[in-house]
Design a protein. Structure first.
Length: 559
């Protein structure tokens, strides 16, 4: 899964509009008024201690070739086109509808594993390769220094099914290459990551590299369908072998990639994820002939519930001091001041955390809002079987993505608060999450968790005093600043939260350092999860080169 958030609403031209204000209040002199009446006393520019740049980490003196070779040497490009195309040609889709990995549905994964074995012969001869729950793949390259915690690279093998292949410019599983873009389902989500990581390791092995730090690759096969069969079992397998907090770091797809703001480049790693909860609303009610209806049919009552859920006790956004997005915003205020809202720095200094989040949402749009706020979407509804019969069983399911300042219990309690008076008004018995009235066969309303809930993820450290984060930042900065495409821009590495979830949701116990980071420029991939998905091969090669650098930079490093 990738849920890209493009930071385009910022003043793109560099012209600072002084008419932009925080919560509608134009700065007066050297003070700002904000909504709660507080006066901000500090609107000076951020000090030297704000968002310090991490020291660059130069590639180690290990005698291996430069990562820039991947980008500059044409033979690497043609090899990667071949590898990625062949893997995209395998239609390894996943679905929630088929739970059994031994069913025919999953047969394409046999072909995928065959392809991987052929494409990466050194990986498959040097690694211990384990298949977990049939198609989960765990590769282990044992290091010589067992005192170093292993590093873990993740990706998923499955792709989203396609709808109508005729809608595609090139057939979705053709892996067509047009000289710049490689087209096809999975080309950017996320077979590019899968192939990028495997290619980096294959290339290292070809040069005679042997790991000092143990390296583990873990590839699930149903990330697009919640991940229980693949990542769920792989995480269990790894925790059993290595124990809790046993990995130096985990890197997976995700995050907001590489974004340019003015003359700076921001590498945005997801260091947290929102939680997820689906609430199922189920009503059983008397039927009958529709010529003699009650004032409200079951469909009317369910509609009333959704109407009120969408209007009452609305969730508020919050950007308090613990929110990872503050880091990126603070860095923008410091290093990209001419390209962002002029009120950003004073607003960050205010204690009006909701005002700040609201102002940013107003300025940058709803995609940004839902980094700070719990979302609610009524996504499923059904009821009724015939136009002359009153509906007897009516169901709806509402999806929530839980903000990091809240939790699933808060969301459940709110639903109970809003729905209880509606049930009462219609004379229904009401049970909620296993409590309340005893379920009745008729005239009963029940709400329950629809799937297993997920709390917001623990936040991975991003402090400049954290050695592992600082080293990863230094490697990322060094690598992206070395690319000709970066045009000598400074690269800042910042943490952020994701509104969706990746397979890392199963891996929380393994390390505190989890980075959901696809090293991809925003214009480098197109149409994830829809028709004409494709990736710019230049961007794929940059990702490969980045993994190559990251493995080397941590191989002998001791924090
Ligand atoms: Zn994905």
């Amino acid at each position: 899964m990738r849920v890209p958030v493009i930071l385009t609403p910022i003043l793109a031209t560099g012209a600072v509009s002084r008419s932009v204000s925080f919560l509608g209040q134009t700065p007066i002199g050297d003070q700002h008024q904000i909504s709660n009446g507080n006066t901000l006393t500090s609107i000076d520019a951020p000090g030297d201690d704000v968002c310090p740049l991490p020291p660059k980490v130069a590639p180690p003196n290990d005698g291996l070739h430069s990562s820039l070779d991947f980008i500059q040497d044409a033979s690497y490009r043609s090899k990667q086109v071949e590898r990625l195309s062949r893997v995209v040609q395998v239609p390894s889709t996943s679905t929630e509808l088929e739970d059994d990995p031994w069913s025919d549905y999953y047969a394409p994964f046999l072909d995928l594993h065959d392809e991987l074995t052929k494409l990466f012969p050194l990986v498959h001869s040097y690694a211990k390769v384990e298949k977990v729950n049939r198609f989960g793949l765990a590769y282990t390259f044992n290091g010589t220094n067992s005192a170093l915690k292993p590093a873990l690279f993740m990706a998923h093998q499955d792709v989203v099914p396609i709808d109508d292949p005729n809608d595609w410019t090139y057939p979705p599983f053709s892996g067509h290459y047009d000289g710049q873009w490689l087209w096809g389902r999975g080309s950017s989500d996320c077979k590019n990551t899968l192939i990028g990581v495997l290619s980096a390791v294959e290339d290292l092995l070809k040069q005679g590299w042997a790991p000092t730090r143990t390296l583990v690759l873990s590839f699930g096969y149903d990330e697009e369908s919640k991940g229980w069969k693949g990542a769920g079992c792989l995480a269990e397998h790894l925790e059993k072998r290595y124990g809790k907090d046993s990995f130096e770091f985990i890197i997976d797809e995700g995050g907001m990639g590489i974004q340019t703001i003015g003359d700076k480049i921001y590498a945005m790693a997801g260091v947290g994820e929102k939680g997820a909860l689906d609430i199922h609303i189920s009503l059983s009610i008397d039927g009958g002939h529709s010529s003699i209806p009650p004032p409200h049919t079951g469909i009317g009552i369910i509609s009333e519930i959704i109407y009120h859920l969408e209007r009452e006790q609305l969730f508020t956004p919050k950007l308090d001091l613990s929110h990872p997005s503050r880091q990126g915003l603070t860095c923008q205020a410091k290093h990209s001041a001419d390209f962002v809202e002029p009120w950003l720095w004073p607003a960050l200094e205010s204690s009006d955390y909701t005002g700040l989040a609201e102002a940013l949402a107003a300025s940058r749009g709803d995609r940004v809002r839902f980094l700070y706020q719990t979302s609610q979407a009524a996504d499923l509804i059904n009821g009724g079987v015939k136009i002359n019969a009153l509906p007897e069983k009516i169901n709806a399911t509402v999806n929530y993505r839980v903000a990091i300042h809240e939790n699933t219990d808060i969301v459940r309690a709110r639903a109970i608060n809003i729905i209880t008076p509606i049930a009462k008004a219609h004379g229904l018995t009401f049970s909620a999450f296993g409590a309340g009235d005893k379920p009745q066969p008729n005239n009963h309303l029940d709400i329950s968790d629809y799937a297993l809930p997920l709390e917001p993820a623990p936040i991975s450290p991003t402090s400049p005093s954290d050695a592992v984060w600082t080293r990863m930042s230094g490697v990322t900065r060094q690598f992206f600043e070395s690319l000709p495409e970066s045009g000598n821009k400074t690269v800042l590495v910042v943490g952020d939260v994701m509104t969706g979830n990746t397979d890392t949701r199963f891996y929380w116990n393994l390390t505190r350092n989890i980075w959901r980071f696809s090293p991809i420029r925003p214009d480098g991939t197109k149409n994830i999860h829809t028709v004409d998905e494709r990736i710019d091969m230049a961007v794929h090669l940059e990702g490969l080169a980045f993994y190559y650098e990251l493995i080397r930079a941590f191989d002998t490093y001791e924090d």
